[in-house]
Ligand binder design. Sequence first.
Ligand SMILES: NC(=O)c1ccc[n+]([C@@H]2O[C@H](COP(=O)([O-])OP(=O)(O)OC[C@H]3O[C@@H](n4cnc5c(N)ncnc54)[C@H](OP(=O)(O)O)[C@@H]3O)[C@@H](O)[C@H]2O)c1
Length: 246
Amino acid sequence: MVVADASDAQNMETSIATIVSSLSTLPGPLTILINNVGGQPRSISSRALLSISEQTHDHTSALLTLNAEFPAQMTRALLPILTSDSNTPACIINMSSIASQIGFPYTAIYGASKAFNLLWSVALSREMKMQKKAVEVLALIVGEVCDTSFSREQKGTWMKPTAKVFVESALNKIGCGRLSVVPWWGHGVLIAVSLHSWSQCGAREDVTRSNVASHTNLTCVIDFHKPARMVANNCHETADTASAKR
Ligand SMILES: NC(=O)c1ccc[n+]([C@@H]2O[C@H](COP(=O)([O-])OP(=O)(O)OC[C@H]3O[C@@H](n4cnc5c(N)ncnc54)[C@H](OP(=O)(O)O)[C@@H]3O)[C@@H](O)[C@H]2O)c1
């Protein structure tokens, strides 16, 4: 087993080289790479929602390294092994997030790093197809999952499945032919509602940082009891107010 800190940019090259060389001692071929690592760097004590201006240089750097650079570099380094035998199909799974789709406030760097993850994964998938390599590359767009570092809750709901339920639905998507997928249907609903609710407004007046932070999941700040029309009306009011000011 190789232990490495994926948020440590300085030692990344050495860590990845050690991982690659340790894999060469395995008896069989390497056929699956799951780039699961991500989230908040361990060097950061809380999962506090911070604006970019409140982050330190090291915080921003560790977030980008952990969520974007490490999975990309790991894949680059392992690709020659994964593609070495054209008769043995291989699979690379990359973890993106709902945060890559919306532009949630106070998670700008995390969301952007997950958008990076999604895009290079989709591009790599196309490269593999064009080069006729037997490697499936699939990006998973993930919302909150119970019993993980994001949420210690044990009981799953449609918005937040348990890790077991989520993993089952994710593994079922391998071979589906898509380049990216939202494996859990409830997360798909949340993306649709979030896009509707956030995309029409620069900001949501009903959501402050304190009530964002009081929820375990940013997407849960959507008030499902508030009709979509009301959300849209709020935005129109904002636009009307702006035009009235002009
Ligand atoms: N959970 C969610 O609700 C959620 C939502 C959207 C997207 N995602 C994405 O899904 C993936 C998995 O999330 P998760 O909540 O299951 O994550 P996690 O429990 O925090 O960590 C997943 C794995 O990554 C390892 N890891 C974490 N930080 C590391 C570091 N600095 N260096 C090396 N290894 C490290 C952990 O190792 P240890 O076991 O040793 O800590 C663990 O094996 C992440 O990419 C995350 O961004 C998760």
